[in-house]
Design a protein around this ligand. Structure first.
Ligand code: LLP
Length: 445
C-alpha cells in the first residue's frame, strides 16, 4: 500500500509542520494531549466545502429551472453541532429515528426542513415528528401512511398536512458491499412496484385529506462510484410518474433520488458531485418537458457520507506492539471496533499515519488492531508506517461518516469525544462518555 502522504494528505485540511500532522490548522498531537484519545476530529472547513460543492453542482445550475434541495442524511454523523451547521448552511436534514429527530429538535432545527425516513417508524416516533411539524415523511408502505393519518386524526393540535413521498424499490443492484445495497427487488426498504401493490397505495395517498402526497423517493445504496444504477433507478421511477399521471391525472411534484455518493477512504478516485447529479437532473427535466408536458418537479438528494466522511479523522494512542516471529507485526491502539466498526462489518479499508512522526520514512508494515476482545477487531491490515512506539499518536483518516454514529460500548469502552476543528480553532462538540454514564441506566439486583 502506498505511503499515506501520497493520497489523503492532498486534502488542504491536512498539513505537516515540523514532522507533526495538523488537521484543519490544529496540531493533532496537542489535541490528543488536551482531549485524550481515542478522539474523533471533524473539520468544519471540509464539511462546509462539501456542502458548497453540492450547492454549486446541484442547486445553483438549475435556479430558474427547478428547485433542487440538499437533505443531509444525519445517520452518517448525527450531533447537535452538525445540525447547527446544516441549519446555518441552509440545507435540510433527514432523520430515521426518534433519537435522530430528538437531536434535530435539541439543535432547534427548523421542522419544515426535516424529512423522516425509515422502514419501520413507530407510532410514537411519528407522533413526535408530527407534533414538531416535520415537513416530509418518506413513507415506506401503506401501514405507515395509515399510522400518520390516524395520529393526525387523533391530535387536534396537528393542523398541517405533512408532505408525503413514497419510497419505492426500483429493483436495481448497485456495485457496492452487499450490506450497503438497498434497492434490490427483494428488499426490506420501500414499496414494491408490482401493480397490485403499488397503485392502490398511491391512489390512497393522493385521495387522503390528511396528508399532502407529493412524490417518489428511492435510495439505491451507499459508497457508489457509478452513475449507471442511479439512471436505471430513475428511469423506473419516471415510468411510474408517467403511469400515475395517466391513471389519476396527478403530476408528481417531488422526486428524491437518495444519497450514496462515494467517499475516499484509501486511494479511490472520488467522483465530483456533478458526475452523478447533472445527468440525473437533466433526465428529469427533459422527461417532464417531453413526456409529461409540465414543469419539472422539485428534486432532492440525501447525501450523508460524501459530506462528512473525509471531514473526519480519529486519533489513538499506540500501546503494545507485538512482532510474531514469522508472522504479523501488530500495533495496538486504545480504541478499535467500538469507535470504528466499519473494517469488521464491511471489510472497509482506511489509511493511517503516525501524527508525531510525519517526516519519518514509512518502512514498517504493520497490522493495527483495537483493544476489543475479538480477533476481528483489526482497524487496518498491512499499513505502511514509520517504526511505531508506545505513546505515539496514530491517526486514521476519513472516519467522519458512520464511525461516531455506529460507535458502541462493547467491552465497556467509552464513546470518544468529538472535536470540531476550523482553521486552527478547536471546539469540543461531544464530550467523552464517562464510566458513570456507562452504568447510569443500570439497576442493582
Ligand atoms: N438516504 C437513505 C434512505 C439511506 O438509507 C442512506 C444510507 C442515505 C440516504 C445516505 O447514504 P450515504 O450518502 O451516506 O451513502 N453504515 C454503512 C452505511 C449505511 C447507509 C445506510 N443508508 C457504512 O458505514 O458504510
Amino acid at each position: 500500500m502506498e505511503n499515506i502522504n501520497e493520497s489523503i494528505l492532498k486534502n488542504p485540511i491536512y498539513e505537516v509542520r515540523a514532522g507533526v500532522l495538523f488537521f484543519d490548522g490544529c496540531n493533532t498531537v496537542e489535541l490528543a494531549q488536551k482531549y485524550g484519545t481515542p478522539l474523533y476530529l471533524m473539520s468544519e472547513t471540509e464539511i462546509v466545502r462539501r456542502i458548497d460543492e453540492l450547492r454549486k453542482s446541484f442547486v445553483e445550475p438549475y435556479v430558474g429551472k427547478t428547485d433542487c434541495r440538499i437533505v443531509y442524511a444525519s445517520k452518517a454523523f448525527c450531533t447537535i453541532a452538525m445540525m447547527n451547521i446544516c441549519e446555518r448552511e441552509g440545507i435540510s436534514v433527514d432523520v430515521v429515528s426518534g433519537g435522530e429527530l430528538h437531536t434535530a429538535k435539541a439543535a432547534g432545527f427548523p421542522a419544515d426542513r426535516i424529512e423522516f425516513n425509515g422502514n419501520n417508524k413507530t407510532r410514537e416516533e411519528i407522533e413526535s415528528a408530527l407534533l414538531y411539524g416535520v415537513g416530509r415523511f418518506i413513507v415506506d408502505g401503506l401501514s405507515e401512511l395509515k399510522i400518520i393519518e390516524s395520529v393526525i386524526a387523533d391530535n387536534p393540535s396537528i393542523t398541517y398536512h405533512p408532505k408525503i413521498l413514497f419510497r419505492i424499490t426500483p429493483g436495481v443492484t448497485a456495485d457496492t458491499h452487499d450490506h450497503l445495497k438497498t434497492a434490490k427487488k427483494d428488499s426490506k426498504f420501500g414499496i414494491p412496484l408490482a401493480e397490485e401493490v403499488f397503485f392502490p397505495q398511491i391512489e390512497r395517498a393522493i385521495n387522503s385529506e390528511l396528508v399532502d402526497y407529493v412524490g417518489l423517493h428511492f435510495h439505491i445504496g451507499s459508497q457508489l462510484f457509478d452513475v449507471k444504477p442511479y439512471l436505471d433507478a430513475l428511469e423506473i421511477a419516471l415510468e411510474k410518474v408517467r403511469e400515475i399521471k395517466e391513471r389519476y391525472g396527478f403530476v408528481v411534484s417531488e422526486l428524491n433520488v437518495g444519497g450514496g455518493f462515494g467517499a475516499c477512504y484509501v486511494d479511490e478516485d472520488r467522483k465530483q458531485f456533478g458526475y452523478f447529479l447533472a445527468p440525473v437532473v437533466e433526465k428529469i427535466i427533459e422527461f417532464y418537458d417531453n413526456v409529461l408536458g409540465t414543469d419539472p418537479p422539485e428534486i432532492s438528494i440525501e447525501p450523508g457520507r460524501s459530506i462528512v466522511a473525509e471531514a473526519g479523522a480519529t486519533l489513538y494512542t499506540v500501546g503494545q506492539t507485538k512482532d510474531i516471529p514469522g508472522g504479523t507485526k501488530y500495533i495496538s491502539v486504545d480504541g478499535g471496533m467500538g469507535d470504528n466498526i466499519r473494517p469488521s462489518l464491511y471489510q472497509a479499508e482506511y489509511f493511517s499515519a503516525i501524527a508525531n512522526k510525519m517526516d519519518s520514512p514509512c518502512d514498517d508494515t504493520v497490522t493495527i488492531c483495537g483493544k476489543n476482545c475479538e480477533s476481528g477487531d483489526i482497524l487496518i491490515r498491512n499499513a505502511q508506517l514509520p517504526l511505531a512506539s508506545s505513546g505515539d499518536i496514530l491517526c486514521t483518516f476519513s472516519t467522519g461518516a458512520y464511525c461516531y454514529s455506529m460507535s458502541s460500548n462493547y467491552n465497556g469502552n467509552l464513546i470518544p469525544a468529538v472535536v470540531l476543528c476550523s482553521d486552527g480553532k478547536d471546539k469540543l462538540i461531544v464530550k467523552r462518555q464517562t464510566n458513570d454514564q456507562l452504568v447510569q441506566n443500570q439497576l442493582p439486583l
